[in-house]
Unconditional design. Structure first.
Length: 153
């Protein structure tokens, strides 16, 4: 019998599962009754391998959604974040911060490349509980990007 997960991991599982179910239904357009819908796949994985393994799979699936949406316009991301927030779910910006490899690359590069990254970083600043050190770095990146945009205008 699988071990019981910690309360933190249970919370993470619930948050990611809710986000992915919303994404699968509302962004990918998959009917919740379809066997390939994330709800049904997740239930199967939990019953077969346990919730801990299912959480690992959720993290991978959520990162896939991040990579899928990263090319969307800032307006699309802003609307998606707003809809998710209204539904009481993790925003895409927060999911991107926590699980997206592109977020880590942006921090490592210490530069925002485009408007989508700018919006996502701004979204993280507005909606995420990040450390003071990370908040300061993100603020600097946003300021730099805004300054570069002013020069171009």
């Amino acid at each position: 019998m699988p071990r019981k997960m910690s309360p933190e991991r249970e919370k993470e599982y619930a948050e990611l599962n809710a986000f992915l179910n919303f994404y699968t239904t509302n962004v990918s357009g998959i009917d919740p009754a379809d066997p390939i819908h994330s709800t049904n796949v997740g239930k199967h994985i939990v019953s077969q391998f346990g919730k801990s393994k299912a959480l690992d799979g959720l993290k991978q699936a959520v990162n896939d959604t991040v990579e899928e949406l990263i090319g969307q316009s800032p307006e699309y991301i802003q609307q998606l974040d707003s809809t998710l927030r209204e539904a009481g779910l993790l925003t895409f910006s927060e999911v991107w911060r926590r699980y997206g490899s592109s977020y880590k690359r942006t921090l490592k590069r210490r530069k925002i490349k485009n408007e989508t990254e700018f919006y996502l970083i701004s979204g993280v600043l507005a909606t995420s509980s990040v450390s003071n050190e990370e908040r300061e770095l993100l603020g600097q990146l946003v300021s730099k990007f805004e300054h570069q945009a002013e020069k171009i205008e």
